[in-house]
Write a new protein. Structure first.
Length: 503
């Protein structure tokens, strides 16, 4: 079976606690992923790129004169699958809710959507999230990201409204008003998929939310859970590796004292530029560990970076197998080389690299996506740290001149008491989580009702069963729609039968 992931297992920016270290911009070095080309119709990742004139602000009404302002609209990019397997008007539409990055990158890495679509004779659509990739308001990234005023329209609510408007218009153009729409999304995109199903039930009949940490807000889950799970992944591979990492932070801070120390550190880690603070290096290392935990696949992959199979095992092998007398920091360097330089072609490391264009997440994290993150004392491999909202808010004010609204997401989308709430009014959402993924800590891991279900891939699972579980999830999904849903049941039966004979 070709290498496949159960959707993008990633919430791209890992916001680092702000005390010892600074509120870091996202670090995302590495080459662009290669777009995969399918050869036959099934699973071919082939699409047409289109643009849609999208409204900048869905929640206010510009005066008639201002409506003609170019800034009142922007071009939203979306991709439409060319597979040719769509059943036509009335046939299902699989709609991927774009995350915080270039949509072509997610399209190239969401094999499940492409491979499932032919089985359901579904049309595939990937929509880009505003302020990412080419979907820039105000005509350019520089203008869109200029200040808090230009960034004000970068919110999840606006993004979901974009998707709803786009879908409604697209269906009308295709004379496909009756087509059932199933939303897909991974990580932040998975959160959007789930939330959109709740907010726009008339636009989409259901959602598959993969690795979607919709509970990572306020105190719904312990603030230590994310980094505890990252740490568990390392401990699972090697206890000495875990301890080397745990011991490294202090050494790093000590060495980073003074100009000379920062220079030495920069040299040890082959950085392109001399460090300004050792915290920048800590952030960069911590990002690598978090990303590794998110993509610890048992097969080689290239989603975030070109990586070997079981990359954490490889990192730990490098850390553990250095000759006697190798310093802790040299071991750490050897370890992260697996993540940042697996191809062996990187000349020096640029800490500010962001090849997938995900910088906007910092703004989102400083406004509504406030996910408290702490380091626990014993279970984690990080120095103990307790999330401190006041200093978090301070750094947001410093960076963007904006004050976060930490309670807004749960007010807008819910999250507290989710089981009771969704049992009463939610339907047709599948939450998929792999337990090695640290975002599973903020995910929905228990079945809530007959049609709000959790599929959990346990620890140490190999990939093909995970993939089968994903496919199974979709099948189950359609079964749920047919047997329990009040929406247009008969529409689905032909596709179900088709998929049954196809599989
Ligand atoms: C950014 O905003 C400032 C202040 O409003 C303005 O003077 C400047 O031209 C803007 N820059 C861009 C690239 O839009
Ligand atoms: C629908 O068609 C109109 C007219 O051709 C076009 O302007 C619009 O962009 C189309 N909508 C979508 C979502 O492609
Ligand atoms: C990347 O790996 C190659 C081959 O092992 C090595 O020569 C090079 O120094 C590494 N780059 C960095 C920045 O460490
Ligand atoms: C962590 O471990 C130490 C030593 O075993 C113990 O004294 C302390 O209570 C533990 N802390 C927590 C939060 O469990
Ligand atoms: C959750 O919902 C149940 C049932 O409505 C209610 O009894 C309970 O108090 C709620 N808990 C919270 C924390 O809101
Ligand atoms: C939820 O229900 C589905 C369907 O019955 C089942 O396959 C799945 O394993 C259940 N999930 C959990 C976490 O129990």
């Amino acid at each position: 079976m070709r290498p496949l992931r159960c959707l993008a297992v990633l919430l791209v920016l890992v916001l680092l606690p702000a005390a010892a270290w600074t509120l870091a911009p996202p670090r995302f070095p590495g080459p662009q992923p290669r777009a995969r080309q399918g050869t036959n119709g099934v699973g071919a990742y082939e699409y047409e790129t289109r643009y849609f004139r999208q409204r900048l602000d869905h929640f206010s009404f510009p005066g008639v004169g201002d409506e003609d302002e170019p800034a009142a609209f922007f071009q939203q990019r979306y991709l439409v699958g060319r597979g040719g397997g769509w059943a036509g008007p009335g046939g299902p539409i699989f709609f991927y809710c774009g995350n915080e990055g270039d949509i072509t990158w997610f399209a190239a890495n969401s094999g499940l959507v492409w491979e499932a679509a032919p089985r359901f004779a579904a049309l595939v659509v990937f929509a880009e999230h505003r302020y990412y990739g080419e979907s820039m308001p105000f005509g350019s990234k520089a203008k869109a990201y200029n200040n808090s005023k230009s960034l004000a329209y970068l919110t999840a609510e606006q993004a979901i409204a974009d998707f709803a408007v786009l879908l409604t218009d697209l269906k009308r153009n295709l004379s496909a008003e009756g087509s059932p729409v199933v939303l897909f999304g991974g990580s932040y995109g998975g959160m959007l998929a789930a939330w959109m199903r709740l907010k726009y039930p008339h636009v989409a009949v259901g959602a598959l939310a993969s690795s979607a940490p919709i509970l990572q807000f306020e105190d719904i889950v312990p603030s230590t859970i994310f980094y505890d799970l990252v740490s568990d992944d390392f401990k699972r591979e090697s206890l000495s590796c875990f301890h080397t990492i745990k011991d490294s932070w202090k050494v790093l801070d000590e060495q980073g004292n003074g100009q000379d120390g920062l220079m030495k550190l920069s040299k040890t880690f082959h950085l392109c530029q001399t460090l300004k603070t050792s915290g920048d290096l800590s952030d960069w290392l911590s990002s690598a560990y978090s990303y590794l935990a998110m993509v610890d696949y048992p097969i080689p992959s290239e989603f975030l970076m070109p990586l070997p199979a079981n990359p954490i095992k490889e990192v730990c092998r490098n850390i553990d197998s250095q000759p006697e007398g190798t310093s802790i920091l040299e071991r750490i360097y050897a370890g992260v080389n697996v993540y940042y330089n697996y191809t062996g072609t990187v000349g020096c490391f640029d800490l500010n690299d962001d090849p997938h264009g995900m910088g906007g997440w910092d703004w989102q994290a400083c406004t509504e996506m406030v996910m408290p993150m702490s380091y626990s004392e014993n279970r984690s491999m990080y120095p103990p740290y307790k999330f401190d909202y006041a200093s978090y808010a301070d750094s947001c004010i410093k960076s963007y001149g904006v004050r976060p609204r930490p309670r807004w997401i749960t007010t807008e989308f819910g999250g507290h008491n989710i089981t009771t709430v969704l049992e009463k009014f939610g339907s047709n959402i599948i939450f998929f989580n792999g337990l090695l993924d640290p975002w599973s800590g903020g995910g929905v891991l228990k079945n809530i009702s007959e049609s709000v279900i959790a599929i959990v891939a346990p620890l140490g699972t190999v990939l093909s069963p995970v993939y089968l579980q994903c496919l199974y999830a979709i099948h189950l999904y359609f079964l749920v729609l047919v047997t329990h849903n009040r929406i247009n049941q008969c529409l689905f039966s032909p596709y179900l039968m088709q998929s049954d004979t196809a599989s």
